[in-house]
Each structure stands twice: as structure tokens, then as C-alpha cells.
Design a protein around this ligand. Structure first.
Ligand SMILES: Cc1ncc(COP(=O)(O)O)c(C=O)c1O
Length: 419
């Protein structure tokens, strides 16, 4: 075939291929995010993800809005922590450190975790750039295309995206108000297939503030053992407990647990981006491989500062639990006084997750509140199971909680209730 004809055939073929790929792109992109005429650079995983429903509320909010939407304490870190950070920087802790984190911090953390599992050692710990990155490195270490991962619904907004980013499939198990937001082991058992590799659990829970009972923990562990599944246990609120004690998944009875924690909430240092994982040594060795290629090492001066705070037996959050308890009691009462609202009293974390019977979706309800200068998170941002709920954080002052709940009450009274 003459060269010019061959070129023409290739050109036509190219046009057809481009057209097909742009039809695909048009179907997948969220309108307005990037011009449809643009070359399709974005990976399928990027297009499968949506912007978090919580972010949307922040973007719409006015500058004077009261914020009951944030999972972040309104306290500053302790003087000690701030001074320790400044000193660490001045003392030269500004270089790369070990991928798994500085040994002195890992040793202190191992000691702390012996309350759950007496044999934890420094080698069982890996420091991460916050709980978020700890969860991501765990997902990348474990999940492949074709795997299924059980995730809570409603559940913290990053679990499902992490599974999707690894090419695996999230399966949702429900946390129901009428069941005190405890997972139902029978439902979980039914969801499991030979492809189900892991279950993500979270206690105390965001958004429900539910706390797993020892019975549920045992039932979930038995299911994981029987099905050779990994348990990824997000316990970033394990120090924020109002009554009773926290029950951890980290336990000598099962090795295949990845325990996830963070300094964000406990030390009021969300912006420092530091957390940690604990697991069996063989799991940590695999996590460390991915961690190296992901962030090389966690931030050195921040680790040193947290170590300085943790080596003394003080715990900033315990000193604040009294204040948080007052806020919790105030917000629960205010929620239960609103016609159509029903709110459980949380025993940990700092969220309430009331149900409502107003005839409106949680997203539209939250939008109405934003228009009235109150930011909260719609229940649907945490999964289908969150519909019919709103999440309010009480990590804000009593005064702001009262003002915020005045707005909720006024808006709620203006919306017709379901028959
Ligand atoms: C349940 C849960 N896990 C993990 C995180 C991540 O925390 P960070 O990345 O700040 O350590 C959060 C933050 O809100 C959370 O609520």
C-alpha cells in the first residue's frame, strides 16, 4: 500500500480511538472539573473518586459560619509540645530519619501498647504521616485488583477511596442506630466471599461515635480467623473515652491485625501529620517496603517533639475529657429537644450522629444549615447508611455548640416531617 494511504488509514484509526476514549472520559468525568476537549490524562482511579461530601459543605460556607463540621479539637497543642518542636528543629533534627520512624518514639509507643498486647516491641511499630497515610500504606501493602474489603457504612470518608485507589472493591457492612452502631456479625459473615481479604473497623467510630463492645470484638475476630482475613483497626480516638475503657483489636489472640493510630486528636496536632501503625513483625516488614517508596521517612522533628511529650506520663487529652464531657452532654440534650431528632449519647470520640425524620435528604438539610451559617456533615457523606443523619462535632466551644444548635433547631422546625 502506498505510504500516503497507510498514513491516512492510521490518521482515521487515531481519530476513531480518540473519539472512543473521549466518549469514555465524558461519561466518567464530573462535569466542569476539566475541559472535555482535554487529553485524558487522568487515571481511572481518579475518575472513580468523588470529592468528599464534607469538603463540599466547607466550600459553600460563609466566613462567619459556626463550624460543627470539623474532626479537630479547638485547643492548641500543649506549650511543652510546641517548645519541643522548636527545640528539635534547632537541635538539628532536620534530616531524613529511618523509614520506620525514630527508635525512641517507637519504643515509647510499644510500651504504651503493652496495655493491649503485652508482647509489643519497637519492631512492631511503624510511624506514619498521620492516620490517613497509615491507612493508605496499609491498603497499598495489602489490596490488589479483585480483592474485596469490608468497610463500615456509615464510615470514615477515606476507607472506601483507599480500597478503590488500590483497584480492589469495597463491600459495605452496616452500622445501625437501632443496634447502638455495633456491626452485626451475621451480616458480615454473609458478605464474605473467597475474595474478601480484610475488614476495616473503627472504634470509637467516626461518624457514629459508637464503641465496639468486647463481645462484638470477639465475634469479629472469630470471623477474621475463620476466613483468614486481615483486620485493619482504626483506633485514632482510643484516648477520647468518657466512661468505661477502650477495648482494642490489638490482642494476643490474633496476629493479623493492623492497628492504626494518630497523634492528631490526642495532642491536638492535626496539622503535624503524624501517626503510627502496630502489627506483627512480618506485617511491619512489608508495610515498611511500601512506606519507603511512599514517603521515605516520617517527618523527623515532629517525631522528636512527640517523643519528648510522650516520655513523660502526661496526657493532654485526658486533662480535657472533663471539658469534652460537658460539651457532649450539652449537644446531646439540644439534639434530643429538636422535634424529629433522636441522638444517642456517645461514649468516645467527639461526634454526635442524630437521626432526623424531616422530609429532606441529609445533604439538602446540611446545605440549608450552611445557608444559615452552620457547618456540619451530612450523614450521606459517610455512605448510604448515613442517610437520615447529620454529624455534628463537639470539638468546639460550649458557646458555639449552643449557637449552632439554635440554628439547627430553627431550620429543622421549618422543614416538614415525614408522615
Ligand atoms: C476515624 C478516623 N481515622 C483516621 C483519621 C485520620 O487522622 P489523621 O490523618 O489526622 O491522623 C481521622 C480523622 O478525622 C478519623 O476520624
Amino acid at each position: 500500500m502506498p505510504i500516503h494511504l497507510r498514513c491516512e488509514r492510521l490518521r482515521v484509526l487515531g481519530l476513531i480511538t480518540n473519539r472512543i476514549s473521549s466518549i469514555f472520559t465524558e461519561a466518567l468525568i464530573i462535569e466542569g472539573q476539566f475541559p472535555a476537549s482535554m487529553r485524558d490524562w487522568f487515571a481511572a482511579r481518579t475518575k472513580r473518586l468523588q470529592i468528599s461530601g464534607i469538603r463540599k459543605m466547607f466550600e459553600m460556607a460563609g466566613p462567619d459560619s459556626i463550624n460543627l463540621g470539623l474532626g479537630e479539637l479547638d485547643f492548641q497543642p500543649s506549650e511543652k509540645a510546641m517548645n519541643a518542636l522548636a527545640e528539635a528543629v534547632k537541635a538539628g533534627y532536620n534530616r531524613y530519619g529511618p523509614t520506620r520512624g525514630i527508635p525512641e518514639l517507637r519504643t515509647v509507643l510499644a510500651e504504651r501498647l503493652t496495655r493491649y498486647r503485652p508482647d509489643v516491641e519497637m519492631e512492631n511499630i511503624i510511624i506514619t504521616a498521620g492516620g490517613t497515610q497509615g491507612l493508605m500504606v496499609t491498603a497499598m501493602t495489602l489490596f490488589d485488583h479483585g480483592d474485596e474489603v469490608l468497610t463500615p457504612d456509615p464510615g470514615f470518608v477515606i476507607y472506601q477511596p483507599h480500597v478503590i485507589m488500590c483497584g480492589a472493591t469495597p463491600l459495605r457492612y452496616s452500622l445501625k442506630f437501632e443496634n447502638d452502631f455495633q456491626p452485626n456479625p451475621d451480616e458480615i459473615q454473609e458478605l464474605i466471599t473467597p475474595r474478601t481479604k480484610a475488614i476495616i473497623i473503627n472504634s470509637p467510630n467516626n461518624p457514629t461515635s459508637g464503641i465496639l463492645t468486647p463481645e462484638t470484638i470477639k465475634a469479629l475476630r472469630d470471623i477474621a480467623v475463620d476466613n483468614e482475613m486481615v483486620i485493619i483497626s482504626d483506633e485514632v480516638y482510643d484516648e477520647i473515652i468518657f466512661e468505661g475503657e477502650h477495648h482494642s483489636m490489638l490482642n494476643p489472640d490474633y496476629d493479623n491485625v493492623v492497628y492504626v493510630n494518630s497523634f492528631s486528636k490526642t495532642f491536638a496536632v492535626t496539622g503535624w501529620r503524624l501517626g503510627y501503625l502496630a502489627s506483627s513483625k512480618y506485617m511491619v516488614n512489608q508495610l515498611a517496603k511500601i512506606q519507603y517508596y511512599n514517603i521515605a521517612c516520617p517527618p523527623t522533628p515532629l517525631q522528636k517533639a512527640i517523643y519528648e511529650v510522650m516520655k513523660a506520663p502526661t496526657n493532654m487529652i485526658h486533662e480535657r475529657v472533663g471539658e469534652l464531657t460537658k460539651r457532649r452532654d450539652a449537644i446531646v440534650k439540644r439534639c434530643n429537644d429538636i422535634p424529629g431528632f433522636s441522638c444517642l449519647k456517645p461514649n468516645g470520640a467527639f461526634y454526635v450522629f442524630p437521626s432526623f425524620d424531616q422530609d429532606i435528604s441529609s445533604e439538602d438539610f446540611a446545605m440549608e444549615l450552611v445557608k444559615n451559617n452552620l457547618i456540619c456533615a451530612p450523614g450521606s457523606a459517610f455512605g448510604k447508611g448515613g442517610e437520615g443523619h447529620l454529624r455534628f462535632s463537639f470539638a468546639n466551644s460550649l458557646e458555639n455548640i449552643e449557637k449552632g444548635m439554635d440554628i439547627v433547631e430553627k431550620v429543622a422546625r421549618g422543614i416538614p416531617r415525614k408522615k
